[in-house]
Design a protein around this ligand. Structure first.
Ligand SMILES: CC(C)(COP(=O)(O)OP(=O)(O)OC[C@H]1O[C@@H](n2cnc3c(N)ncnc32)[C@H](O)[C@@H]1OP(=O)(O)O)[C@@H](O)C(=O)NCCC(=O)NCCS
Length: 170
């Protein structure tokens, strides 16, 4: 995939992204809002394994956010199975250095529309921890609708949390 949004690009990960990935992903404030699958500390081994994994997938589902010529974040999709096979979950993160500039809103808007077309699916959804106001704001601005509150549906760093479910359908 390549979405050229001017100063911002959503594009395939490449091996040369390793150093940038390690620099930007190794942040507890980012990991705290994602699945445990996104580790902290984010080690060199984690970065190598991640890039090998995403580059080996038959259907490309994980993409880099490139800003000022460097991979500074990521956006990814996970297709559902069986009767949910026309749905995909979306996740995203951005280097703290660039928060608050509207970058993820632009990326999520374009990438979710791209995914609905490209994977030929009817629904993209995302779940944000109920305290993650910035992420919920991103989803609202990117055309997702709030569908509900999933009470006590996650445990993160030992704390039970509510998640808010958002979806964009076509
Ligand atoms: C959530 C995240 C992706 C947002 O990226 P971003 O590029 O900074 O987002 P944007 O600048 O496009 O938009 C953020 C919006 O949230 C608002 N916001 C940010 N922090 C906020 C806060 N603490 N309270 C209320 N609103 C807040 C911003 O004002 C902006 O809304 P506005 O345009 O209406 O003013 C980024 O903070 C991040 O990577 N966080 C860690 C990982 C994560 O949470 N991923 C999502 C998991 S569901």
């Amino acid at each position: 995939m390549l979405l050229d949004l001017g100063d911002l690009r959503v594009r395939s990960w490449c091996k040369d992204d390793l150093d940038a990935l390690l620099r930007h992903a190794n942040n507890p404030k980012i990991a705290a809002n994602l699945r445990d699958q996104f580790p902290h500390p984010y080690t060199r081994r984690d970065g190598i394994d991640y890039l090998n994994f995403v580059r080996s997938c038959e259907v490309e589902m994980s993409f880099a956010l490139e800003y000022e010529g460097e991979a500074v974040g990521g956006v990814g999709f996970k297709l559902g199975l069986d009767i949910a096979r026309l749905s995909a979950e979306m996740g995203y993160w951005l280097s703290e250095q660039y928060w608050g500039r509207g970058l993820v809103t632009r990326a999520v808007t374009a990438a979710s529309d791209w995914a609905l077309d490209n994977y030929r699916i009817t629904r993209i959804y995302a779940m944000a921890f109920a305290h993650n106001v910035a992420s919920m704001r991103v989803l609202e601005k990117a055309g997702f609708e709030r569908e509900g509150l999933m009470r006590r549906s996650a445990i993160k760093n030992g704390v039970i949390l509510d998640q808010v479910l958002y979806a964009k359908v076509r």
